[in-house]
Ligand binder design. Structure first.
Ligand code: NAD
Length: 424
């Protein structure tokens, strides 16, 4: 079996056949395959230990995006999502990117920022200077908290100190710069921030309040680039449409919110499948998009000399293979095995590439034919299910609504009544 993620007509296979392909690709054991297929695999006693007041679990559809080639390596990408057409769109865009070599990525390392807030000092700028001088003491205290991380080459590497003006007066914010290796790092960084707080209080002569990680992870950036062949996209006019769509998002926050939402469709679906903290991912992405004071697109689109669309994405992606749900949720563990990523950085780079692919697919659909055609076709099945259609009724009703271009709940109800009347 070849390790290519380009699986011909994967979507046409039935569910067990698809799982067989993935199983062979990723060398999944029978147990792992069963866990995936059993619709959740999260036992109640484990769920009960993960959060509070548990009454059950809530499974989501898990799909596989095909065709991803990132830095010359093939990936089958697990995506957990309830929204139709996202997995198909990612696979389709990844296929177009393959023509010109797939995705190329870079990163700034798995580095997070922890903040210690001090207020009430008389001389904030002198306090800033004194904290900088106390850097070695602060770093040592931080690193004493996590010998495992230090052994792996991570840990607190530096501090940055800033004075900010607030509605309650000046504050001195000490920032711990922590290499989290293969952890997302929130627990690790928060522990360090709490440990160094007494030093910060003593040195700054202020009172320490908050001690917590920042989700605006500007030192944990991931970038991906791909060239999308103009013929595969449907011609140079489509490329021009994509660039116009990007320019719209660049100029208008109302459009930009939806532009970035489309990117996060892909990133969050992979994050969820792999047991990541998706709130942290959303917070990081949108705050990064706003860092200049104006909400901006996380991607950029240009046309190269051949007329192809060149897309780039840059955003913080704080993910981990150690800790959190990634380490305990059985389906997340199986999904990480399907991806075959060896580090948190590699996971983040694949996720950024999926985000870029998702954006391309959305912009292409919007520029070429409008999003509704493809989207609603898939959505029609959901509407049919919502009104109570079962088995083959779902496909019959969905098909009829698509043909009539009336993909609506009221029409689905009528069609279901017609079908039921015919049968009785
Ligand atoms: P964690 O504390 O469970 O694991 C990290 C620890 O694992 C490290 O401190 C290290 O001691 C150890 N470790 C072993 N092997 C490692 C390796 N190869 N690389 C790195 N560390 C290794 O988890 P975490 O990543 O510190 O925290 C993540 C969790 O924190 C998530 O569940 C998240 O939801 C939660 N959280 C998030 C926020 C936020 O984003 N604002 C706040 C609080 C908690």
């Amino acid at each position: 079996m070849s390790r290519s993620s380009e699986v011909a007509a994967f979507y046409k296979l039935d569910l067990p056949q698809r799982l067989k392909v993935v199983r062979e690709f990723a060398n999944l054991t029978e147990e792992e395959a069963n866990i995936i297929q059993q619709g959740g695999g999260l036992k109640l006693d484990l769920a009960d230990r993960m959060i509070e007041n548990v009454i059950g679990t809530m499974p989501l559809p898990l799909g596989i995006a095909t065709n991803f080639l990132v830095n010359g390596r093939d990936y089958l990408v697990p995506m957990a999502i309830e929204e139709a057409s996202v997995v198909a769109a990612a696979s389709n865009a990844a296929k177009m990117a393959r023509v010109k070599g797939g995705f190329v990525t870079s990163n700034t390392g798995p580095v997070m920022i922890g903040q210690i807030q001090a207020a009430g000092m008389k001389n904030p700028f002198a306090a800033k200077m004194d904290l900088i001088v106390a850097k070695d003491e602060i770093l040592k205290k931080a690193n004493d908290q996590d010998p495992i991380l230090i052994k792996l080459g991570g840990g607190a590497k530096d501090i940055e100190v800033k004075v900010i003006d607030t509605i309650t007066g000046p504050m001195v914010i000490t920032e711990l710069i922590v290499d989290c290796r293969d952890a997302m790092g929130a627990n690790a960084v928060n522990t360090m921030c709490e440990a160094v707080a007494p030093i910060v209080e003593r040195v700054s002569k202020g009172k320490v309040y908050l001690r917590i990680i920042s989700n605006l992870a500007t030192k944990r950036l991931v970038r991906s680039k791909a060239v999308f062949d103009k013929e595969a996209l449907g011609g140079e006019e489509v490329v021009d449409g994509i660039i116009q769509a990007y320019a719209f998002a660049h100029a208008d926050p109302y459009r930009c919110a939806t532009h970035n939402k489309g990117i996060m469709n892909g990133i969050i679906a992979v994050g969820l499948a792999c047991g990541q903290d998706i709130r942290a991912l959303e917070a990081g992405a949108h705050s990064y998009a706003s860092r200049s004071g104006r909400y901006s697109p996380l991607t950029a689109w240009e046309k190269n000399e051949d007329g192809d669309a060149v897309g780039t994405i840059e955003l913080p992606i704080a993910v981990g293979l150690i800790g959190g749900a990634a380490a305990v949720h059985p389906v997340a563990k199986a999904n990480l095995k399907i991806l075959g990523v060896k580090s948190a950085i590699e996971l983040a780079e694949v996720m950024a590439s999926v985000g870029l692919a998702q954006n391309l697919a959305a912009l292409r659909a919007l520029a070429a034919e409008g999003i509704q055609r493809g989207h609603m076709k898939l959505h029609a099945r959901n509407i049919a299910v919502t009104v109570g259609a079962k088995g083959e009724q779902i496909d019959i009703i969905a098909q009829r609504m698509v043909e009539e271009r009336r993909i609506r709940m009221d029409r689905a109800k009528e069609l279901l009544e017609e079908l039921t009347a015919k049968r009785s």
